[in-house]
Ligand binder design. Structure first.
Ligand code: CMP
Length: 152
């Protein structure tokens, strides 16, 4: 089924200049980048996005990391996009990620915090993808609204 998903190149991915490599991997797999923007996350957005892990001991490090530089936010569309993007990324823990996956090739496997500093994020379900698209691209909702107004 055709789906869309939310992908975010995290600050270490941006610092490693991985944007073109990541886009290439998605496009070569027939996944289309429909929206892309650079943004600096706020504490508020980080707390909202990571609410499900905010009580975990690793959260302060995760927050510091996500505030350490800009991210690239993307919406990606295609058949079975949520699962296919996650396969291309590899598992959360870079140490478990196989060569050929983004985390396997570019994660810092020597870092004990490899699970936190893991280069890239992709939504874990179609439901969360919609929530995350709306969270990181709120302007699209507004655009749609104003488009409707114009049409009427
Ligand atoms: P992501 O999939 O973007 O969303 C949750 C994030 O929490 C995850 O990436 C990691 O950066 C981080 N994370 C998840 N599990 C752990 C863990 N066990 N230890 C450290 N960081 C984690």
């Amino acid at each position: 089924m055709k789906e869309r998903t939310y992908v975010m190149l995290k600050p270490d991915g941006v610092r490693k200049h991985l944007l073109l490599e990541v886009i290439k991997r998605f496009e070569q797999n027939n996944l289309m980048i429909t929206n892309l923007k650079e943004m600096k996350l706020t504490e508020e957005l980080i707390h909202e996005h990571y609410a499900h892990v905010s009580d975990k001991p690793f959260f302060p490090k995760l927050e510091e990391y996500m505030l350490s530089g800009p991210v690239i936010a993307m919406i990606i569309e295609g058949e079975d996009a949520v699962n296919r993007v996650r396969k291309l990324m590899g598992p959360t823990n870079c140490k478990e990620a196989l060569p050929g996956t983004i985390r396997g090739d570019y994660g810092n496997k020597d870092d004990e915090n490899c699970r936190t500093y893991n280069v890239i994020h992709g939504s874990d379900s179609v439901e969360n993808a919609e929530i995350e698209v709306n969270r990181f691209f709120p302007e699209l909702k507004e655009e749609n609204k104003s488009l409707k107004k114009t049409i009427r």
